[in-house]
Structures are given as C-alpha cells and as structure tokens.
Design a protein around this ligand. Structure first.
Ligand code: FMN
Length: 321
C-alpha cells in the first residue's frame, strides 16, 4: 500500500489515542510489529503559540518511523501553519487531520467532528493544509452527524478532490461516542466511492475481526485503537495472518517482556513518579485473562518505582509459569 509516495510495509495502523499513544507506547507497538503508528491528536493552536506541552507531544525517535502526526483545529490558516511546522520539525512521515473527535471541548472550537457539519469550511481548511505541506496528508473521519454516513461521503469526496492521500473512517456518529457498534457497511460504501486508499477503523479486537473487516469492506488497511492497548502485538499478528493465513499469539514471556520494556521506556521518558502513576493502568491492560490477574492489578495500583514495577512483573511471571 502507498500513501502518496510513502510505501507502507503492512496493512496495520495504530490509531491516534489521546493520552495513550505517546512516544514510549508507540515505540512498543512499533517494536511489536505495527506498520504505521500515529501520535495523539495535537492542537494546531497550541503549536501556533509554541505551547511547551504541545511541543512535547511531537517528540519522536527515528525507530518509530513511519509516524503519522495528527493535528486538530478549525482555522485554515492556523492548521496550515501547524502542518508546515510539523513538516519542518522533520519527525512526521504523514500528517493526519482529525475530523472525528467528539469531545465537547474540541467540538465547541469547531474542530474534530464539528468539521463534518460544514463541508464548505472543511474544503477551505483542507485546501490550505494541502498547500502548506508536501508530506502525505490524510484525514480521519466518523460517519458524521447521522447514521446514514452522508456527511462522511461528502467530506471524503471533498478531501479526495483536494488532494488528500488517504482517509481513515471510524463509522460511528458524533453522538455515539464509543457506544454501540461501528457500522462497517459505511467503510465498504466509502471504499467503493473513492480512488484513494481507505483505512477501516472501529471494533477490531482480534486478528479475525481485522480479516473480517477487510473482506467485508475491501478497505486497503486497518487501524486498531483499543485492541492495541490490550495487545501491542495485534498489528503484527494481523499482518502475519494477511500474508500467510496464520499467526502466533504472543507467549506469556512475550507479554511480560513487553510490560518490562514499556516500564523502562515510560520511566526514561516521563520520569519515575509520573511514569509509575500511568503504568498502574497501562500495565494492567496487558494481563487480561491471565490467571490471578485481578490480584496482580491490585498490586500494580501501588507501584511507585521502576524497581517495584519490574519486581512485580517478574513475580507475576514466575507465579503463573
Ligand atoms: C482513549 C481514546 C483516545 C482517543 N483519542 C483519539 C485522538 O486523539 N484522535 C482520533 O482521531 N481519535 C481518537 N480516538 C478514537 C480512536 O482513534 C478510534 O477511532 C476508536 O477508538 C475506534 O477504534 P477501536 O475500536 O479500534 O478502538 C480515541 C479513542 C480512545 C478510546
């Protein structure tokens, strides 16, 4: 698959997840075999004002390439400047524009899924950003404001006509949040409408889900969000299955090694105290279904140092071996 000139080695994308797809998590998922990782959404306005917090979200390492950096905002000029700034920084291989966030704070600014209400304005924004960067440019949309998907088909056509290189669709409406099911029929219909690649997203929690989505919709690649929070190996499993018809589940040893690796990287990146606070939840996602996981989660909720975290992981590994 190619997004503009960029050749993608695989068919799997890690979804942008605010508060989750920070640099250490992306590196882990990349090391576990994902084709393309995406940043958390980054405020174009924050970049414009050189906000330190926003700039931190842009930190990257070349090992995670290709990296897609997602921007959100509503003002065409600010978005265009942000795209140029991201390009000049040199970390991003793809710039993605958020047309899907339904969080009130974002929608109130006219950004995220609010853009799907206003095709005229969205066209101006996309034209401005397209002019501002030569990087591959993608957008990530929802179904829009009603379940028929008509907003999505309109915005997607404008995007294709403006020179956007690929579109990711998470087919839930603005009002749905994450409730109910993603309507994969809309991904199928979008794929039939467009010439540019379509990346399908929503409710892929297993390799089999990914294969079913591709068969059902004909999408060119899949994007996985919450499934990768629980299983950082899911993307490489999906790619193996698509290539060979089979895949291996990670061994318990693989899972514990990934947990220790994430711990090391979190502590190096965030500092010990902040890292431990975040790791209490992050690490507990990986052990779902393992025997004795509830007791382990309780122990995790008290970690306060790297040594403590690594010792608990080792102890749990020995206990269930
Ligand atoms: C915690 C969380 C944070 C998210 N943050 C973003 C974001 O920053 N940008 C975005 O486009 N979508 C965001 N999403 C939506 C996901 O990218 C994805 O579209 C959605 O979770 C459906 O995919 P899944 O079923 O594989 O999780 C977020 C979702 C979750 C659960």
């Amino acid at each position: 698959m190619k997004i503009n000139h960029l050749k993608i080695n695989g068919k799997t994308f890690l979804a942008p997840l605010a508060g989750i797809t920070n640099l250490p998590f992306r590196l882990l998922v990349k090391e576990c075999g994902c084709a393309v990782v995406c940043s958390e959404m980054i405020s174009a306005k924050g970049l414009f004002y050189n906000s330190k917090k926003t700039l931190t979200l842009l930190s990257s390492k070349k090992e995670e390439a290709p990296l897609s950096v997602q921007l959100f905002g509503s003002d065409p000029d600010t978005m265009a400047r942000a795209a140029t700034a991201v390009q000049d920084l040199g970390n991003a291989d793809i710039i993605d524009i958020n047309f899907g966030c339904s969080v009130k704070k974002v929608v109130k600014q006219g950004a995220g899924v609010a853009l799907m209400k206003d095709p005229g304005h969205s066209g101006l924004l996309l034209t401005a950003v397209r002019k501002a960067t030569h990087l591959p440019l993608t957008i990530k949309i929802r179904s829009g404001w009603d379940p028929s998907g008509k907003d999505a088909f309109k915005i997607a056509q404008i995007a294709e006509d403006t020179g956007i290189d690929a579109i990711t669709m998470h087919p839930r409406t603005a009002g749905q949040g994450f409730k109910g099911h993603a309507d994969w029929n809309l991904i199928r219909d979008l794929k039939q409408q467009l010439a540019i690649p379509v990346i399908g997203n929503g409710d892929i929690n297993s390799v089999e889900d990914a294969a079913r989505m591709i068969t059902h919709t004909g999408c060119d690649a899949v994007m996985v969000g919450r499934g990768a929070m629980r299983n950082p190996f899911i993307c490489s499993q999906i790619d193996a299955f698509l290539e060979t018809g089979s895949y291996q589940a990670p061994s318990e040893q693989d899972i514990f090694r990934a947990m220790a690796r994430l711990t090391e990287m979190y502590v190096a990146y965030f500092g010990e105290l902040s890292a431990c606070k975040m790791l209490r939840s992050r690490l507990s996602w990986f052990v779902k279904g393992l025997p004795g996981c509830s007791a382990f989660r309780q122990e995790l909720s008290r970690i306060n140092s790297k040594t403590h975290a690594l010792a608990l992981i080792k102890e749990f590994e020995t206990r269930i071996a």
